[in-house]
Design a protein around this ligand. Sequence first.
Ligand code: CTP
Length: 453
Amino acid sequence: MTRSVRRDQVFRLFDTEMLELVEALSAESAARGFRLCLVGGPVRDLVLGRPVGDVDLLLEAPGQSREIAAELARSCLPEAVKVVGYGRFGTARLELGAMKLDVALARTERYRSAGALPTVEAATLEEDLFRRDFSANALAMDLSSDAGGTRMPLIDPTGGLKDIAERRLRILHDQSFHDDPTRALRAARIGARLGFGLDRGSRARLRRALSEDVLAPVSGDRIRREFEKVFSDPTQGLDPVLALRHMDRWGLLKAVDPGLTLPSDAVLPLRRFGKAVSDPPWSSKRLRSWVVGLSIWLADVPAGVRQRSLRRLAVRGEATEQVTGFPRFRSQKLSALGKARGRGAVDGLLAGISEENLHALHAAADPAVRKKVSRWAAEDRSEKIPVTGSDLLKLGLEGAALGQVLARLRAGFLDGELMNREEGLALAHELLRRRSSRASRAQKARTRPKADR
Ligand code: CTP
C-alpha cells in the first residue's frame, strides 16, 4: 500500500484561484510553526483512487485560541477573500466568489454522555486523528511541508492504510459508538460505498453499544441526516440498498423502530432511484433525494411502522405528507398511467405533481410506465402550447371551464392532433360552442313545465 500521494494529484483538488489561497495559507502556517493538512475522506479517496468529494482543511495549532484559523487566514489572504470564523470547533470559512473552503482547527473532543455533543479543545494533528470515527478516515497529508519532492507523505498514526488495503472500517477506541452513535449509521453508509466491511472487534463493540440502546438519546434530526446522505450519496457511487442492508443486518433499523425493515419489494425501486441520483434521467430543480428514498422504502412497511419511523426521524411538514401519501398515490397513478394512451393523457395524470413523487413513481413503475414518466419529465412537461389562458379568457371562458378547455388543448397539441395556434383557437371556439348549447339545452329542460318532461 502506498505511503504517499503524488503532489500534483493533491493540488488538482483545488482550482487555480483556490490553490493560490491554499498555498498562501500553507506558507503562513509553516512560518508560524503550525501545520495545514488535508485530512479524512479526501485523503482516503486519493489513496483509493476514487473521485474526491468535499475538501476541508485542518490547521494544527495546539494551545492557540479558537479564533486562530480565521486570524491566520485574514493575515495572509487578499482582502477579496471573505473570512468568516464560526462554530464551537474554531472553523474558518473562506469565501471567494462562489468558492468556499473550510479550515477547521485540530481538536480533541470529550463526550460527557453517550450521544451528547462534545466539549472541544485545540490539539495536535495526531490527537485529532485519534478522535475520529474509523482508521480509514484518520489519514492526513501536510500541505505546509515541502518535504517529499513530487510525492506527499501520508500521516497514518492509527494504521488506516493497512485497513484500507484490507478493506475494512475499524473504530479507534472501545467507546467510539457510545461517544457518537451516528458512527454506526456512517459505517453502514461509508462501508457500502467503499465496499468495506466492519472489522470484527468493531462489530462486537457495535453489538454491545446497541444492546445498551445508544441510539435512543440521539435526536431525530441527527439520525435523519444520516439517512439523507444514504439517498444523496449515490452521486459518489453508493447503492442505497447496500447501506440499508448493512443497517438491517447490524440491527440499526430496529434501533430506529422495532418494526423497521428493508422490505424486499423496495429493493429494486430503491436501486433504480440510486441510479437516477447518480445519472439523472431528466434534470430536476430542488430535488430532495431523501424524501424520494424514504417514500420508496417506507411504502412497503406497515403504516404504523411508517408513521413511527417518520416521527423518530423528525420528518416534518410537506415531506411527511409526501412519504405518507405515496403508497396510495403510487397505486392510483401506476394503474392510470398503465392505461393512459398518448402523451396528452400522461400529461393530464402527471401535471402538477411534486418532483419527489415523480422520481418515486418512476422508480416504482414497470418499464412501459417508466418510459412514459421519463418522457413526460424530460420533454413534455416543459412544452409550451401556442394558446394561452388569456386567449381563452378573451373568448369568455373562465374558472374551471377555462382549465378544462386548456387541458384539452394541451393534450391535443402533445398528441399531434393540433399543429398550430389557429387550429388550437378553432378547437377552443368549437368547445365553447358545445358548452353553450349544452348549457342552453339544460336551461330549457329546467324551464319546461313538469308535465312536459
Ligand atoms: N467524522 C467523525 N465522526 C463523525 C463524523 C465525521 O470522526 N460522526 C470525521 C471523519 O474523519 C470524516 C471527517 O470527520 O472523514 C469529515 O466528515 P464527513 O465530511 O462527514 O465525512 P467524509 O468521510 O468526508 O464522508 P464523505 O466521504 O461522505 O464526504
